[in-house]
Design a protein around this ligand. Structure first.
Ligand code: NIG
Ligand code: FE
Length: 415
Protein backbone atom coordinates (compact mmCIF):
# COMPACT_ATOMS: atom_id res chain seq x y z
CA UNK A 1 0.00 0.00 0.00
CA UNK A 2 1.17 3.51 -0.81
CA UNK A 3 1.01 5.09 2.65
CA UNK A 4 1.89 8.53 1.31
CA UNK A 5 -1.55 8.89 -0.17
CA UNK A 6 -3.46 7.99 2.96
CA UNK A 7 -5.26 10.53 5.10
CA UNK A 8 -6.34 10.15 8.69
CA UNK A 9 -9.49 12.03 9.68
CA UNK A 10 -9.94 12.59 13.38
CA UNK A 11 -9.93 12.40 16.28
CA UNK A 12 -13.66 12.03 16.84
CA UNK A 13 -15.27 11.51 20.26
CA UNK A 14 -17.33 8.71 18.73
CA UNK A 15 -17.47 6.97 15.37
CA UNK A 16 -20.67 5.11 14.52
CA UNK A 17 -19.58 2.70 11.81
CA UNK A 18 -22.80 0.63 11.51
CA UNK A 19 -20.45 -2.26 10.71
CA UNK A 20 -21.72 -5.73 11.66
CA UNK A 21 -25.36 -4.62 11.92
CA UNK A 22 -27.81 -7.01 10.23
CA UNK A 23 -29.28 -6.34 6.78
CA UNK A 24 -32.79 -7.24 7.90
CA UNK A 25 -35.03 -7.19 10.95
CA UNK A 26 -35.13 -5.47 14.33
CA UNK A 27 -31.84 -4.34 15.86
CA UNK A 28 -31.13 -4.11 19.59
CA UNK A 29 -30.38 -0.66 20.96
CA UNK A 30 -27.06 -1.99 22.29
CA UNK A 31 -25.97 -3.04 18.80
CA UNK A 32 -24.46 0.37 18.24
CA UNK A 33 -21.06 0.31 19.87
CA UNK A 34 -19.36 3.64 19.21
CA UNK A 35 -15.61 3.63 18.68
CA UNK A 36 -14.33 6.18 21.18
CA UNK A 37 -11.52 8.58 20.22
CA UNK A 38 -11.83 7.35 16.68
CA UNK A 39 -10.19 8.10 13.38
CA UNK A 40 -10.89 7.18 9.78
CA UNK A 41 -8.06 6.18 7.44
CA UNK A 42 -8.91 6.95 3.81
CA UNK A 43 -7.00 6.11 0.63
CA UNK A 44 -6.40 8.31 -2.42
CA UNK A 45 -9.52 6.94 -4.13
CA UNK A 46 -11.71 8.11 -1.25
CA UNK A 47 -12.27 4.63 0.19
CA UNK A 48 -12.18 3.80 3.86
CA UNK A 49 -9.11 1.69 4.70
CA UNK A 50 -9.90 1.45 8.38
CA UNK A 51 -12.12 3.11 10.96
CA UNK A 52 -10.56 2.58 14.36
CA UNK A 53 -8.94 4.18 17.37
CA UNK A 54 -7.27 7.39 16.29
CA UNK A 55 -4.03 6.92 18.21
CA UNK A 56 -3.63 3.39 16.80
CA UNK A 57 -4.07 4.73 13.28
CA UNK A 58 -1.52 7.45 13.90
CA UNK A 59 0.95 4.97 15.46
CA UNK A 60 0.54 2.53 12.60
CA UNK A 61 0.51 4.89 9.65
CA UNK A 62 1.83 8.35 10.55
CA UNK A 63 5.48 7.30 10.39
CA UNK A 64 4.83 6.58 6.72
CA UNK A 65 3.68 10.18 6.43
CA UNK A 66 -0.02 10.20 5.79
CA UNK A 67 -1.81 13.52 5.84
CA UNK A 68 -3.86 14.34 8.89
CA UNK A 69 -7.13 16.17 8.73
CA UNK A 70 -7.70 17.20 12.28
CA UNK A 71 -11.16 17.49 13.69
CA UNK A 72 -12.86 19.03 16.66
CA UNK A 73 -13.99 16.29 19.00
CA UNK A 74 -17.32 15.37 17.46
CA UNK A 75 -19.44 12.38 16.44
CA UNK A 76 -18.97 10.91 12.97
CA UNK A 77 -21.33 8.57 11.14
CA UNK A 78 -21.91 7.50 7.52
CA UNK A 79 -23.60 10.01 5.20
CA UNK A 80 -27.33 9.48 4.81
CA UNK A 81 -28.67 7.91 1.64
CA UNK A 82 -32.03 9.30 0.55
CA UNK A 83 -33.34 6.42 -1.55
CA UNK A 84 -36.64 7.99 -2.69
CA UNK A 85 -37.12 11.58 -3.88
CA UNK A 86 -38.91 13.57 -6.56
CA UNK A 87 -36.67 16.66 -6.27
CA UNK A 88 -36.46 17.36 -9.99
CA UNK A 89 -39.54 19.57 -10.17
CA UNK A 90 -40.77 23.10 -10.83
CA UNK A 91 -43.45 25.20 -9.17
CA UNK A 92 -45.29 24.98 -5.89
CA UNK A 93 -48.32 23.05 -4.69
CA UNK A 94 -49.05 25.24 -1.66
CA UNK A 95 -52.59 25.44 -2.96
CA UNK A 96 -53.01 21.65 -2.73
CA UNK A 97 -51.66 21.73 0.81
CA UNK A 98 -54.22 24.35 1.79
CA UNK A 99 -57.05 22.44 0.06
CA UNK A 100 -56.12 19.23 1.87
CA UNK A 101 -56.07 21.03 5.18
CA UNK A 102 -59.51 22.42 4.33
CA UNK A 103 -60.86 18.91 3.98
CA UNK A 104 -60.20 17.71 0.42
CA UNK A 105 -58.36 14.44 0.02
CA UNK A 106 -55.12 13.94 -1.95
CA UNK A 107 -57.00 11.69 -4.36
CA UNK A 108 -59.93 14.19 -4.73
CA UNK A 109 -57.47 16.94 -5.60
CA UNK A 110 -55.77 14.68 -8.15
CA UNK A 111 -59.13 13.75 -9.69
CA UNK A 112 -60.04 17.43 -10.11
CA UNK A 113 -56.88 18.19 -12.10
CA UNK A 114 -54.58 19.31 -9.26
CA UNK A 115 -52.04 17.13 -7.53
CA UNK A 116 -49.41 15.38 -9.62
CA UNK A 117 -50.98 16.72 -12.82
CA UNK A 118 -50.35 20.31 -11.77
CA UNK A 119 -46.64 19.52 -11.23
CA UNK A 120 -46.66 17.98 -14.70
CA UNK A 121 -47.82 21.33 -16.13
CA UNK A 122 -45.03 23.17 -14.28
CA UNK A 123 -42.36 20.72 -15.45
CA UNK A 124 -43.58 20.74 -19.04
CA UNK A 125 -43.39 24.56 -18.99
CA UNK A 126 -39.84 24.53 -17.62
CA UNK A 127 -36.71 24.17 -19.73
CA UNK A 128 -34.22 21.39 -19.12
CA UNK A 129 -31.82 24.04 -17.85
CA UNK A 130 -34.35 25.34 -15.30
CA UNK A 131 -34.92 21.80 -14.05
CA UNK A 132 -31.15 21.32 -13.65
CA UNK A 133 -30.98 24.55 -11.66
CA UNK A 134 -33.88 23.60 -9.37
CA UNK A 135 -32.41 20.16 -8.84
CA UNK A 136 -28.97 21.60 -8.02
CA UNK A 137 -30.54 23.86 -5.39
CA UNK A 138 -32.40 20.96 -3.80
CA UNK A 139 -29.31 18.75 -3.79
CA UNK A 140 -27.31 21.53 -2.11
CA UNK A 141 -29.92 21.57 0.63
CA UNK A 142 -29.69 17.76 0.94
CA UNK A 143 -25.90 17.84 1.26
CA UNK A 144 -26.22 20.34 4.12
CA UNK A 145 -28.41 17.71 5.84
CA UNK A 146 -25.64 15.11 5.63
CA UNK A 147 -27.03 13.29 2.60
CA UNK A 148 -24.21 11.90 0.45
CA UNK A 149 -26.16 9.82 -2.08
CA UNK A 150 -29.61 10.55 -3.45
CA UNK A 151 -32.17 8.93 -5.70
CA UNK A 152 -34.12 11.26 -8.01
CA UNK A 153 -37.21 10.24 -9.99
CA UNK A 154 -38.71 11.57 -13.17
CA UNK A 155 -42.51 11.25 -13.31
CA UNK A 156 -43.67 14.83 -13.86
CA UNK A 157 -43.18 14.67 -17.64
CA UNK A 158 -45.50 11.80 -18.55
CA UNK A 159 -44.75 11.77 -22.27
CA UNK A 160 -41.70 10.46 -24.08
CA UNK A 161 -40.33 13.93 -24.78
CA UNK A 162 -40.97 15.31 -21.30
CA UNK A 163 -39.74 12.25 -19.39
CA UNK A 164 -36.55 12.31 -21.47
CA UNK A 165 -36.20 16.01 -20.63
CA UNK A 166 -36.43 15.25 -16.91
CA UNK A 167 -34.00 12.33 -17.08
CA UNK A 168 -31.53 14.36 -19.12
CA UNK A 169 -31.77 17.13 -16.52
CA UNK A 170 -31.03 14.60 -13.76
CA UNK A 171 -28.06 13.25 -15.75
CA UNK A 172 -26.77 16.78 -16.36
CA UNK A 173 -27.04 17.64 -12.65
CA UNK A 174 -24.76 14.67 -11.91
CA UNK A 175 -21.96 16.24 -13.99
CA UNK A 176 -21.29 18.95 -11.40
CA UNK A 177 -22.64 17.18 -8.36
CA UNK A 178 -20.22 16.08 -5.63
CA UNK A 179 -22.52 13.27 -4.45
CA UNK A 180 -23.91 10.25 -6.28
CA UNK A 181 -27.34 10.70 -7.89
CA UNK A 182 -29.36 7.58 -8.72
CA UNK A 183 -31.90 8.41 -11.45
CA UNK A 184 -35.19 6.48 -11.71
CA UNK A 185 -37.79 6.57 -14.48
CA UNK A 186 -41.28 7.10 -13.03
CA UNK A 187 -43.12 7.60 -16.33
CA UNK A 188 -45.74 5.25 -14.81
CA UNK A 189 -46.67 7.81 -12.16
CA UNK A 190 -50.12 8.41 -13.63
CA UNK A 191 -51.75 8.14 -17.04
CA UNK A 192 -51.56 11.78 -18.20
CA UNK A 193 -54.83 13.54 -18.93
CA UNK A 194 -53.77 14.25 -22.50
CA UNK A 195 -53.05 10.61 -23.37
CA UNK A 196 -55.74 9.23 -25.62
CA UNK A 197 -56.07 5.62 -24.52
CA UNK A 198 -56.30 3.25 -21.58
CA UNK A 199 -53.82 2.76 -18.75
CA UNK A 200 -52.58 -0.41 -20.46
CA UNK A 201 -52.08 1.48 -23.73
CA UNK A 202 -50.15 4.21 -21.95
CA UNK A 203 -47.84 1.65 -20.34
CA UNK A 204 -47.30 -0.07 -23.68
CA UNK A 205 -46.40 3.30 -25.19
CA UNK A 206 -43.83 3.84 -22.42
CA UNK A 207 -42.33 0.38 -22.89
CA UNK A 208 -42.12 0.69 -26.67
CA UNK A 209 -41.13 4.32 -27.07
CA UNK A 210 -39.51 5.60 -23.90
CA UNK A 211 -37.58 2.70 -22.38
CA UNK A 212 -35.42 2.14 -25.50
CA UNK A 213 -34.33 5.82 -25.43
CA UNK A 214 -33.51 5.57 -21.73
CA UNK A 215 -31.29 2.58 -22.48
CA UNK A 216 -29.70 4.15 -25.52
CA UNK A 217 -28.83 7.39 -23.70
CA UNK A 218 -28.00 5.57 -20.50
CA UNK A 219 -30.39 7.81 -18.55
CA UNK A 220 -31.43 5.31 -15.87
CA UNK A 221 -31.43 1.61 -15.07
CA UNK A 222 -34.37 1.78 -12.68
CA UNK A 223 -38.14 1.80 -13.23
CA UNK A 224 -40.75 2.89 -10.72
CA UNK A 225 -44.56 2.71 -10.89
CA UNK A 226 -47.36 4.11 -8.72
CA UNK A 227 -49.68 1.18 -8.02
CA UNK A 228 -52.82 2.68 -6.52
CA UNK A 229 -56.54 2.94 -7.23
CA UNK A 230 -56.13 6.37 -8.85
CA UNK A 231 -53.01 5.38 -10.80
CA UNK A 232 -52.25 1.82 -12.02
CA UNK A 233 -53.82 -1.45 -10.85
CA UNK A 234 -51.66 -4.31 -9.54
CA UNK A 235 -52.36 -6.25 -12.75
CA UNK A 236 -51.32 -3.34 -14.98
CA UNK A 237 -48.31 -2.76 -12.75
CA UNK A 238 -47.22 -6.40 -12.83
CA UNK A 239 -47.39 -6.56 -16.59
CA UNK A 240 -45.40 -3.32 -16.92
CA UNK A 241 -42.62 -4.13 -14.50
CA UNK A 242 -42.17 -7.61 -15.95
CA UNK A 243 -41.57 -6.05 -19.34
CA UNK A 244 -39.19 -3.49 -17.85
CA UNK A 245 -37.37 -6.25 -15.99
CA UNK A 246 -36.99 -8.23 -19.22
CA UNK A 247 -35.35 -5.18 -20.73
CA UNK A 248 -32.83 -5.23 -17.87
CA UNK A 249 -34.26 -2.53 -15.61
CA UNK A 250 -34.22 -2.76 -11.83
CA UNK A 251 -37.60 -2.26 -10.21
CA UNK A 252 -39.00 -0.20 -7.38
CA UNK A 253 -42.68 0.39 -6.63
CA UNK A 254 -44.82 3.11 -4.99
CA UNK A 255 -46.83 0.55 -3.05
CA UNK A 256 -49.70 0.40 -0.54
CA UNK A 257 -49.86 4.19 -0.06
CA UNK A 258 -53.65 4.40 0.34
CA UNK A 259 -54.73 0.83 -0.49
CA UNK A 260 -52.75 -2.44 -0.39
CA UNK A 261 -51.76 -4.17 -3.61
CA UNK A 262 -48.44 -2.77 -4.80
CA UNK A 263 -46.23 -4.50 -2.26
CA UNK A 264 -47.25 -7.96 -3.49
CA UNK A 265 -46.35 -7.01 -7.03
CA UNK A 266 -43.01 -5.64 -5.82
CA UNK A 267 -42.16 -8.88 -4.02
CA UNK A 268 -43.43 -11.07 -6.83
CA UNK A 269 -41.07 -9.45 -9.36
CA UNK A 270 -38.14 -9.23 -6.94
CA UNK A 271 -38.20 -5.43 -6.81
CA UNK A 272 -35.35 -3.75 -4.98
CA UNK A 273 -37.82 -1.87 -2.83
CA UNK A 274 -41.50 -1.25 -2.09
CA UNK A 275 -41.97 2.29 -0.87
CA UNK A 276 -44.73 4.01 1.19
CA UNK A 277 -46.59 1.02 2.74
CA UNK A 278 -48.76 3.26 4.94
CA UNK A 279 -51.74 1.01 4.10
CA UNK A 280 -49.90 -2.31 4.45
CA UNK A 281 -51.65 -4.79 6.74
CA UNK A 282 -50.46 -7.96 8.47
CA UNK A 283 -50.39 -9.98 5.26
CA UNK A 284 -48.39 -7.41 3.33
CA UNK A 285 -45.96 -7.09 6.25
CA UNK A 286 -45.37 -10.85 6.23
CA UNK A 287 -44.88 -10.94 2.47
CA UNK A 288 -42.33 -8.12 2.62
CA UNK A 289 -40.55 -9.50 5.67
CA UNK A 290 -39.95 -12.86 4.03
CA UNK A 291 -38.57 -11.28 0.85
CA UNK A 292 -35.39 -9.51 -0.19
CA UNK A 293 -37.38 -6.41 -1.19
CA UNK A 294 -36.52 -3.43 1.01
CA UNK A 295 -39.54 -1.86 2.75
CA UNK A 296 -39.08 1.90 2.55
CA UNK A 297 -40.93 4.18 4.97
CA UNK A 298 -41.57 7.72 3.77
CA UNK A 299 -42.54 9.66 6.90
CA UNK A 300 -42.40 12.94 4.96
CA UNK A 301 -45.47 11.82 2.99
CA UNK A 302 -47.34 10.92 6.19
CA UNK A 303 -46.51 14.34 7.61
CA UNK A 304 -47.35 16.15 4.38
CA UNK A 305 -50.70 14.43 3.96
CA UNK A 306 -51.67 13.92 7.60
CA UNK A 307 -51.86 10.15 7.02
CA UNK A 308 -50.68 7.36 9.28
CA UNK A 309 -47.05 6.26 9.32
CA UNK A 310 -45.70 3.15 7.65
CA UNK A 311 -45.89 0.29 10.20
CA UNK A 312 -42.13 0.39 10.59
CA UNK A 313 -42.02 -1.35 13.98
CA UNK A 314 -44.12 -4.26 12.76
CA UNK A 315 -42.09 -4.55 9.57
CA UNK A 316 -38.84 -4.74 11.54
CA UNK A 317 -40.23 -7.18 14.10
CA UNK A 318 -41.45 -9.41 11.27
CA UNK A 319 -37.91 -9.40 9.85
CA UNK A 320 -38.08 -6.85 7.01
CA UNK A 321 -35.24 -4.64 5.83
CA UNK A 322 -36.53 -1.14 6.61
CA UNK A 323 -35.15 1.93 4.85
CA UNK A 324 -36.26 5.49 5.59
CA UNK A 325 -36.38 8.10 2.82
CA UNK A 326 -37.78 11.60 2.41
CA UNK A 327 -40.04 11.28 -0.68
CA UNK A 328 -39.31 15.00 -1.04
CA UNK A 329 -41.71 16.29 -3.70
CA UNK A 330 -43.84 19.41 -4.22
CA UNK A 331 -47.12 17.62 -3.39
CA UNK A 332 -47.34 14.93 -0.76
CA UNK A 333 -44.00 15.56 0.97
CA UNK A 334 -42.90 19.19 0.60
CA UNK A 335 -40.75 19.38 3.77
CA UNK A 336 -37.57 17.75 2.51
CA UNK A 337 -35.98 17.31 5.94
CA UNK A 338 -34.92 13.68 6.18
CA UNK A 339 -33.48 13.67 9.70
CA UNK A 340 -36.50 15.48 11.17
CA UNK A 341 -38.83 13.01 9.48
CA UNK A 342 -36.84 9.96 10.58
CA UNK A 343 -36.70 11.25 14.17
CA UNK A 344 -40.47 11.75 14.23
CA UNK A 345 -41.03 8.30 12.72
CA UNK A 346 -38.79 6.95 15.49
CA UNK A 347 -40.97 8.45 18.23
CA UNK A 348 -44.27 7.25 16.75
CA UNK A 349 -43.08 3.82 15.65
CA UNK A 350 -40.63 3.21 18.52
CA UNK A 351 -37.45 2.77 16.53
CA UNK A 352 -34.10 2.96 18.25
CA UNK A 353 -31.09 4.81 16.85
CA UNK A 354 -29.52 1.62 15.47
CA UNK A 355 -32.67 0.94 13.45
CA UNK A 356 -33.04 4.53 12.27
CA UNK A 357 -29.41 5.04 11.22
CA UNK A 358 -29.38 1.63 9.50
CA UNK A 359 -32.54 2.68 7.62
CA UNK A 360 -30.95 5.96 6.61
CA UNK A 361 -27.62 4.41 5.62
CA UNK A 362 -26.78 0.86 4.56
CA UNK A 363 -30.35 -0.41 4.36
CA UNK A 364 -31.19 2.53 2.08
CA UNK A 365 -28.10 1.61 0.03
CA UNK A 366 -29.58 -1.87 -0.39
CA UNK A 367 -32.77 -0.30 -1.79
CA UNK A 368 -30.57 1.32 -4.44
CA UNK A 369 -28.50 -1.83 -5.01
CA UNK A 370 -25.36 0.02 -3.86
CA UNK A 371 -22.88 -2.18 -2.05
CA UNK A 372 -20.11 0.22 -1.04
CA UNK A 373 -21.95 3.00 0.77
CA UNK A 374 -23.75 3.32 4.10
CA UNK A 375 -21.10 2.01 6.53
CA UNK A 376 -17.74 3.24 7.72
CA UNK A 377 -16.13 -0.03 6.82
CA UNK A 378 -12.99 -1.02 4.92
CA UNK A 379 -13.63 -0.76 1.17
CA UNK A 380 -16.66 1.50 1.54
CA UNK A 381 -16.71 5.04 0.16
CA UNK A 382 -15.53 7.57 2.74
CA UNK A 383 -18.91 9.35 2.77
CA UNK A 384 -19.43 10.69 6.26
CA UNK A 385 -20.95 13.48 8.32
CA UNK A 386 -19.86 15.04 11.57
CA UNK A 387 -22.11 16.42 14.31
CA UNK A 388 -20.98 18.81 17.00
CA UNK A 389 -22.22 16.61 19.86
CA UNK A 390 -20.48 14.30 22.30
CA UNK A 391 -22.85 11.36 22.09
CA UNK A 392 -24.54 9.91 18.99
CA UNK A 393 -27.91 9.74 20.77
CA UNK A 394 -28.05 13.55 20.69
CA UNK A 395 -28.58 13.42 16.93
CA UNK A 396 -32.10 11.93 16.85
CA UNK A 397 -32.97 13.55 20.18
CA UNK A 398 -32.77 16.99 18.57
CA UNK A 399 -35.24 15.80 15.91
CA UNK A 400 -33.41 17.39 13.05
CA UNK A 401 -32.84 20.79 14.61
CA UNK A 402 -29.08 20.25 14.54
CA UNK A 403 -27.28 19.72 11.28
CA UNK A 404 -23.89 18.22 10.53
CA UNK A 405 -21.06 20.71 10.77
CA UNK A 406 -19.04 18.79 8.19
CA UNK A 407 -19.99 16.50 5.32
CA UNK A 408 -17.55 14.44 3.22
CA UNK A 409 -18.06 12.54 0.00
CA UNK A 410 -15.25 10.08 -0.85
CA UNK A 411 -13.06 11.94 1.62
CA UNK A 412 -13.68 15.34 0.03
CA UNK A 413 -15.13 18.09 2.19
CA UNK A 414 -18.50 19.42 0.95
CA UNK A 415 -19.69 21.36 4.02
O1 NIG B 1 -44.52 9.42 -3.43
N1 NIG B 1 -47.70 8.77 -4.56
C1 NIG B 1 -47.25 9.11 -5.60
N2 NIG B 1 -46.24 9.93 -5.85
C2 NIG B 1 -45.60 10.82 -4.94
C3 NIG B 1 -46.27 12.11 -4.84
C4 NIG B 1 -46.01 12.96 -5.97
C5 NIG B 1 -46.75 14.25 -5.86
O2 NIG B 1 -47.71 14.40 -5.08
O3 NIG B 1 -46.33 15.11 -6.61
C6 NIG B 1 -45.42 10.22 -3.56
O4 NIG B 1 -46.12 10.55 -2.60
FE1 FE C 1 -42.73 9.11 -4.05
Amino acid sequence: MNYKNLTIYGPFVQAITLEDLPDKGAIAMEAIVPIKNAGILVDEKGKVVECGIYSHLVDSYYASAPKIKSMHPQVVLPGFIDSHTHICFAGSRANDFEMRNSGKSYLDIAASGGGIWSSVQHVRNATEEQLVQNLNENIKNCISQGITCIEVKSGYGLSVVEEVKMLRAIKKAQENCPIKIVPTCLAAHLKPKDFDGSNAEYLTYIVNELLPIIKEENLSDRIDIFIEKSAFSPEEGLNYVLQAKNLGFKITVHADQFTPGGSRVAVEVGALSADHLEASGEEEIQVLATSETVATALPGASLGLGESFTPARKLLDAGACLAIASDWNPGSAPMGQLLTQASILATYEKLNAAEVFSGLCFRAAKALDIKNKGKLSAGFDADFQVYDVEDYREILYHQGSIRPTQVYSKGISLV
